[in-house]
Design a protein around this ligand. Structure first.
Ligand SMILES: Nc1ncnc2c1ncn2[C@@H]1O[C@H](COP(=O)(O)OP(=O)(O)OP(=O)(O)O)[C@@H](O)[C@H]1O
Length: 274
């Protein structure tokens, strides 16, 4: 379904992605990990059309996505979330989903929206709560719900668990475990927490300085000396280094929570590209 061939993205002199080859089949779940700055979000941006690769190709169902705007990719079935939730803050939860559905699926399907609200635990909030007033766990659920509303066949989830307390995290993990079968979507999951990767992903790929350095079963990949070195610089303790990455992700999520009351009422990012 998704094939990245020699994908490269540069920002000036920095190779954010450097010759990445990666493939994901329909309905499969793949974890994407790597130290801060390794290129994970850039890979999502290249697949969803927010950055233009300098070289290489993104194929979706065999079709080269080069030059296609984000909304065209969404219509083909590429959905995504953002690390920092980006709701339309003055609209209600239900209105946010309507906009997302029109954007991604091109038509409104109330039954599917009701199912998504139920699945993400937002049904009680749908009609009356402005999205800008939601708590972090609800904003994260809304971010996922918006992505599901676009009817994705491939869902790119960027640190959706970061910053959640343990109960919220368990609920979210149960949702993610059920999601591929229930919504028929393949999932590419950026996640710093190694336990989450073990629990949700039969396969994990590792980026380091923009290069893909490992791809396989988590138990094998996290023992791979190249992966351990990329996290620690020494070969010492990859788990501790990943935990540091998870803490950084949680700090970003907390900052997003603090900013939630002050969300741009019309952030537009990812929604407005011609
Ligand atoms: N728009 C941009 N302009 C310049 N440099 C960028 C831009 N976006 C990302 N970068 C740089 O590209 C590299 C990869 O960034 P990216 O956000 O993809 O990493 P990441 O693996 O998602 O990191 P994190 O785990 O911290 O989210 C970093 O060095 C980052 O500073």
């Amino acid at each position: 379904m998704l094939e990245l061939k020699n994908l490269s993205v540069r920002f000036g002199g920095l190779a954010a992605l450097d010759g990445v080859d990666l493939a994901l089949g329909a309905g499969q779940v793949l974890g994407l990990v790597g130290p801060n700055g390794a290129g994970k979000t850039t890979l999502f941006n290249a697949v969803s059309g927010l950055v233009r690769p300098g070289a290489g190709r993104v194929l979706f169902d065999g079709r080269d996505l080069a030059g296609l705007a984000p909304h065209r990719r969404a219509r083909l079935g590429v959905g995504r979330t953002f690390q920092i939730p980006q709701p339309l803050a003055r609209l209600t939860v239900a209105e946010n989903l309507l906009v997302a559905q029109r954007f991604g699926a091109g038509r409104v399907d109330p039954a599917r929206l009701a199912e998504i609200l139920d699945f993400t635990g937002l049904a009680g909030k749908a009609g009356h709560d402005a999205a800008g007033g939601l708590a972090l766990s609800e904003l994260k659920a809304l971010e996922l719900a918006k992505a599901l509303a676009t009817a994705p066949r491939l869902l790119l989830l960027d640190e959706v668990l970061a910053g959640l307390e343990s109960h919220g995290k368990r609920r979210f993990m149960a949702m993610l475990a059920e999601l591929p079968a229930r919504f028929g979507s393949a999932v590419l999951l950026i996640e710093h927490d190694i336990e989450t990767i073990h629990a949700l992903c039969p396969r994990v790929a590792v980026l380091d300085f923009g290069r893909l350095i490992a791809d396989g079963a988590p138990a094998d990949v996290f023992r791979d000396p190249a992966v351990v070195r990329s996290y620690t610089g020494t070969g010492a303790d990859a788990d501790a280094a990943m935990a540091a990455g998870a803490r950084a992700a949680a700090a970003r999520a907390a900052a997003a929570d603090a900013a939630a009351a002050d969300v741009d009422p019309d952030p537009g990012a990812g929604w407005r590209d011609a």
